[in-house]
Every structure is written in C-alpha cells, then in structure tokens.
Design a binder for this molecule. Structure first.
Ligand code: SF4
Length: 487
C-alpha cells in the first residue's frame, strides 16, 4: 500500500497517470534532471534560511507563549504522510501553528492545496491546526552588502484560503490514495498538458508516436486538440483539409503536408535593408538564483554572466568575435559590461539578437544597477533588431521548423552543418547551472577548464548561428550579396 505525500498529491492533481506510473512501475527516470536537482538545491537552501529566520525572529516569542518551535516534523496516518517545514507546537493544548516555506516570490494556488493537505493530515493525528502561514521570498528585496533575512522573507497568513480549500482537498486526497493503489490506468493520450506528450506515461505506452504530432500545432486550443485526438488523429500529416484551424495553424499544417517551403523574398529583403553596419550579433547567458549574491540584485533576478558578440564592420568585412565570462560569483557584472562596451560602437550599428525582450530586459536592469553604463545599454536597446522576427512574422516558413521559431528549431534547417548536439553544453538551462557549479568550485582539475571551454563554445554558437542564418537570408533574398564575409 502506497502512502500519499503532499508532493505526490500535487503530482496527482497535475497528472494522475504519471504519478501512478512513477509509484507503481518506476516509470520516471531514476536520475533526476540537472534542472530538477538545481530546483531541489534551491529549495533546500531556502528551507535552511527560512529556519534560521524563524529561529532568530519567532522562536523566543513562541517559547514565551508556552509553545515550542519544531522543524521538519513528520505526521502519518494509514493513508497519508507529511513533513511540516516549521511549527509552533503547544503540546498541552494539542494545537499548533503551521509555517510552510516556499522558494518562490509569491503565494500560488498550489501552495494553498499543499498546506491544506498538511493541515488535513496533521488534524487526523489529533492536533488542532490554529493558523497556517506561507513563508516565501520578497520579490522586491534588493541585496545591499549583507543578506537581511527579515527583509528577504514575507510571511503571509493563508488560514482563510486553506479553510476554503480544505473540504475539496480532503475529497481529492482520498481519491488520490485510491488511485495510486488502484489498477493501472488505461493507455491514453490526453490534451491540455503543458508537457505536450513529453512525459513518462506517454513514453511508456506509446513507442510509435509520430515525429510531428498534432500537439505541435502552434497555439492549438484544448477543444480542437481534443477533437483530433478523439478522432485518433495524432500525426499532423493526417489532419483533414476541412478541419477548422486559424490561418497560421492551417498554413503550418499545409506546409507540413505538402513539404513546402514558403519564402517572402520581398519582405525579408526589406527587413535586412534596414540593418546598419557595423552589425553586432549579441547573445547573453544569465543565471537566476533564489538568493541574490551581487548588490543591486533581487531574488531570481537574471544575473548576466556571459556574452558572445560577433561583429561585421562593413559589407564583406572579416567577422570578429568577442566574449566575456564572469569567473566567479563575486566578479561584478560591470566587468562584463566594460568588456562589451569596449567591443561595440557606443552609438551606431544594428544589434542583432534572437528574442529581443530577453537581451533588452537585461540591458534595462543592468542600466539601473550600473548607471555608468546606462547610456550605452539603452543605446544598444534602441538599436536592437530581432532576427527571429523574420520567422515569427511568417516571412520564411519551412516544414522542418515544425511550427517553432526558436534558434534551435531554425538553425538545423537553414544551416545543417551547425549543431548544438556536438557541444558539451547544449542548451541555456544547462549552461547556467554549469556556470553556477563551476563558480561554486564544484569541479576538480581539468573539469574546470573543460566547463569554461564548454560555456564559451555554447554561447559562441548562439551568435555564430545568428550570423549564419543572416547570411543564408541574405543569400536567399539577394544572391551574391556581401552577406558571406569570411569568418
Ligand atoms: S502528456 Fe498526458 S499523460 Fe503526460 S503528463 Fe501530460 S497529461 Fe499526463
């Protein structure tokens, strides 16, 4: 008989099938992903800081009131098991106050369900849960030399929300317990899940999924997806011609089914004509951590730790490359900004990026923290051109993009000679966690050098990929143009 924990309960609410599989067949991968481990690490860090905050600020008052502060105490019934982060327990009165620590910057509906589940289990063991609090990070907290825990944490009384959710949680928890101990759920494809079939349950039951499923139709709504799935249409190649879709969705399906490439040469040429030399191809890597470690930063604020920049000074000129990587967590971002400013004209030249809101957002934040660089960074923002626009505006449509416009979807189609798959670091999430571990001193000997090289190679490919895509667009729209300058 499996007991249900609060984590299982929330997993059940998200997707019962996946939970059943994980609990009954070991259907989840046994090794958690790098990002899952990173989330756990941050959760543990915040739990520890929350405890220190609680001990320093509440424990004395709790003792004066005849209660005792307790941490990570377990409560168990025949069906359920919980471990409470922090409690103020009055054993004489058989009552307690519950504090749940979250490594987030706001309270979320899931947190209320989590606390209501804990309250239900604790109440079943004979205690009266008098009040419930969430303890989480203040998103407006700004680090100024020393970490101030009373300012870092927010304590919110969620007793009323928990009471409102209580009966529903009780019923759902009973159903969840029966479900995980019940028969194997039938094989089925569901809809409306953000995982888009990337889950253990689907992988376990469906080894022959189409490589381009209907779930990949951009922004398809649940109702339409459901209609297709119920009709057993999983492959985008089988979507009927009379199935109602939006114009862009129909176009995506049509070009997939006809294996057709659509290029609006005129529109692309017009976009490219507006670019002004020198051309700068810029990409940032950032790291968002629960606890800020550089002055001026807030919880989870993206810290800019690396840039890569390819530069083409004039048509046909050789392409140069510049980069900077912060070597430790105390090295100020201003060092990186200094390097970037050294390698860019302060006022002229188009800055090509992929997904401009990201680079522009970081520039705005850095301009606030480092006013000496504000003019330069705001000028960069004024000169940004988002190369992704060509694809997002539908000027270049290719079945190989599979309806996506990310750099990693476009690059292998336009420049098949380039690939992230040969790199030691293959995506941004991996890059920022590796940087975190590298600067924490978690690697030994050669691993330090290889990690640094891998970080540099990954970011460089991001900007080189943009250069190559721009060159391909130049070739397509203006054959023989100066786009293909030597590297
Ligand atoms: S794809 Fe389906 S089975 Fe997999 S997690 Fe989503 S809803 Fe659950």
């Amino acid at each position: 008989m499996h007991k249900l924990t609060k984590t299982n309960f929330l997993q059940y609410l998200a997707c019962p099938e996946e939970l059943w599989l994980a609990m009954n067949t070991g259907g989840h991968p046994t090794t958690p992903s790098l990002s899952a481990l990173h989330m756990m690490e941050q959760g543990n860090l915040i739990d520890g800081l929350g405890r220190t905050y609680f001990e320093d600020n509440f424990a004395a008052e709790i003792a004066e009131n005849g209660s005792e502060a307790r941490f990570q105490e377990s409560f168990e019934t025949d069906q359920f098991l919980v471990r409470a982060d922090m409690l103020a327990v009055n054993d004489q009165a058989n009552s307690l106050v519950l504090y749940e620590v979250k490594a987030t910057t706001s309270s979320k509906s899931d947190h209320i369900l989590d606390v209501a589940f804990q309250k239900m289990v604790i109440a079943s063991t004979g205690y009266t849960v008098e009040r419930c609090y969430l303890v989480y990070l203040d998103k407006n907290y700004v680090l100024d030399d020393e970490l101030m825990l009373p300012e870092l944490f927010v304590v919110e009384d969620v007793s009323d929300q928990v009471n409102e959710a209580y009966q529903g949680v009780k019923a759902a928890a009973a159903a969840a317990f029966a479900y995980i101990n019940g028969p194997e759920p039938a094989r089925r494809i569901t809809v409306g899940c953000g995982n888009k079939l990337q889950c253990a349950f689907v992988a376990y039951h469906y080894t022959d999924l189409p490589s381009y499923p209907v779930h990949d139709i951009a922004r398809i709504n649940v109702k339409k997806l459901e209609a297709l799935v119920l009709d057993n249409i999983l492959d985008i190649m089988e979507v009927p011609a009379d199935f109602k879709l939006s114009r862009p969705q129909r176009l995506q399906v049509d070009i997939a089914q006809r294996n057709q490439v659509i290029i609006d040469h005129k529109a692309i040429a017009k976009e490219l004509e507006n670019l002004v030399y020198p051309l700068y191809f810029l990409d940032y890597e950032t790291f968002a951590y629960a606890v800020p470690f550089q002055n001026g930063h807030r919880p989870y604020q993206q810290l800019l730790f690396q840039y890569s920049l390819h530069v083409i000074q004039s048509p046909g000129a050789a392409i140069s490359h510049h980069e900077y990587l912060l070597r430790d967590k105390q090295e100020l971002v201003s060092q990186l900004l200094f390097s970037l400013r050294e390698n860019m004209d302060a006022e002229s030249g188009t800055v090509l990026v992929w997904n401009k809101s990201f680079e522009q957002g970081r520039n705005k934040e850095c301009a606030d923290i480092y006013p000496a660089y504000a003019d330069f960074l705001l000028s960069v923002n004024d000169r940004v051109y988002d190369l992704r626009d060509v694809f997002q505006k539908g000027f270049y449509l290719h079945p190989g993009f599979k309806g996506k416009t990310s750099l990693k979807s476009v690059l292998p189609v336009l420049c098949p000679e380039l690939s992230y798959e040969t790199l030691a670091i293959q995506n941004g999430g991996e890059a920022n966690i590796k940087w975190h571990h590298w600067t924490e001193g978690q690697f030994q000997g050669d691993e330090n050098d290889s990690t640094k090289e891998a970080l540099l190679a990954y970011c460089e490919l991001d900007t080189w990929a943009m250069v190559r895509i721009w060159q391909e667009l130049e070739q397509v729209t203006r054959p023989g143009s100066a786009g293909n300058g030597p590297r």
